[in-house]
Design a protein around this ligand. Sequence first.
Ligand code: AHG
Ligand code: MN
Ligand code: MN
Length: 331
Amino acid sequence: MTDVTTLGEFIIEKQMDFPGSSGEFSRLLSAIRLASKIVSQQVNKAGLLSNILGAAGSDNIQGEAQQKLDVFANDQFIKALTARKVICGIASEENDEYISINEEGSYIVAMDPLDGSSNIDVNVSIGTIFSIYKRISPVGTPVTEADFLQKGTEQVAAGYVIYGSSTMLVYTTGNGVNGFTYDPGLGVFILSHPDMTVPSVGKIYSMNEGNFYKSSEGIQNFIKYAQEVDPGSNRPYTARYIGSLVADFHRNLIKGGVYLYPVTSTSPNGKLRLLYECNPMAMIIEQAGGKASDGQTRIMEIDPKSLHQRVAFFAGTSHMVNKIEELIAAE
Ligand code: AHG
Ligand code: MN
Ligand code: MN
């Protein structure tokens, strides 16, 4: 175990690439690492703890029932990020408004503290998604909403934690994607997936096909295309859908595939949230050589208008996202 690289070492090594850096960004990543460990531990024993499974009895701003673990994860990430005084504000899927923290901080975080809530009580993989930006308002003043409403292209880092058969933290700072697997015995994340790239030929498609008839013609045509028998182009594709974006995305990143959450007749703007889910995943997939789109526009170029804005989301192997865009354009 002596030739391994831990996440802590990796963060310090990367900081050394920037002589004179204040270490603020490294401390921010360390705060995320700490909160991930705490949430991972809680997720692993969730079945044993009657006080952590189930509904919290409250709704979030989007009218969705919060699970106890949603609230727990949200609290842990906010506490860890607040304690290190490194950021000036946090926007969370679970909070109506953004939270102002340390006026001297240079960064803001947007996060989905617990992704895949419907899977918590049934022992299926869930995750955390985070996105980091430099503030645009001056240091030393209160954070503003404009600091959060930046395009995804402005992200300085993005990542996710998957609480799966093992816990992994995957992140990018715009220079490739690296994945770290948690060793619960040692209490450290170890670099297990250096320089992750998405296979250029994909075979998996991931969509809630219960929404087939609620989707537009272009999406229906893509699903039919995915199911068509054409060995020359690797079809039919394989359908895989967990219902946790983090888990579906992670599998497709490793194996090659595409994730779809289109606009539907009951979710006219899509379901997934631009700031907390789509932008961070878009940065990761692009850094891994793939693509993320809302069907027309590159996700990271969408100008956010509100914190909890939703968008249609297609992400994964480029040729598959291109096909979806082509069939949407042909509608
Ligand atoms: P969250 O638990 O943070 O609200 O996110 C749930 C999201 C995403 O993780 C998942 O891919 C999608 O909702 C599943 O939606 P459906 O149940 O409509 O398929
Ligand atoms: Mn989510
Ligand atoms: Mn969530």
